[in-house]
Design a protein around this ligand. Sequence first.
Ligand code: C5P
Length: 232
Amino acid sequence: MGKDVIIACDFPTAEQTLSFLDRFTDRKPFVKIGMELFYAEGPAIVRKIKQRGHKIFLDLKLHDIPNTVRKAMTVLSGLDADIVNLHAAGTAEMMRAALEGLVRPDGSRPLLIAVTQLTSTNQEALETELLIREPMDEVVLSYAENAKRAGLDGVVCSPLEAAAVHTRCGAGFLTVTPGVRFADGDRGDQKRVMTPAQAKAAGSDYIVVGRPITAAPDPAAAYARCIAEFVD
Ligand code: C5P
């Protein structure tokens, strides 16, 4: 898979999601389904969006004992998602178990990427609550290396970290990056942002874009602008 724009479909119902996707007539966007929509609508929403011809990043961030994650991943790979994820904090053993669980009977599997540290966690929380004393940048890169060694395909990270992840883990190790805003757009609650063109220059493999598309007056035009800046 080459560079692509993934739309974060953070909607509470299947109805809203499907009517939003009806607006895209030229090119079928890669869709991210997160916890909100999945917990509301269940596996059926994944099958339905897949049947419509979209690729799917199922963003459920698994984190449990290896055996439980292995079995859960087998269920998710049966939904025919293209990318799934987990927390690298679950350890290399959990990541390897997840990979085993993902392999389908025909030998194929979804791409598996890791969340390193959530961007909502700051240095203070890292040190005083999680008792991790290293600088955040180093923690993120070290967790990315753990994911690479466990056989994963990449990480979710800020576009500001994409170049360092590629330097440490190799150009082929995928960086999937949220925190993208148009140069003239509203940042919302995202603090460290890049434009789609900057994310491309930084080496991001996939950008995850939510509100700049979902809340745009013309979502299809906003999506086309992302594609023009990031892919074309
Ligand atoms: O609307 P917005 O473009 O900010 O949406 C970004 C999407 O990426 C949301 O679904 C958000 O949960 C997700 N995400 C993020 N930052 C992370 C990990 C995931 O914004 N570090």
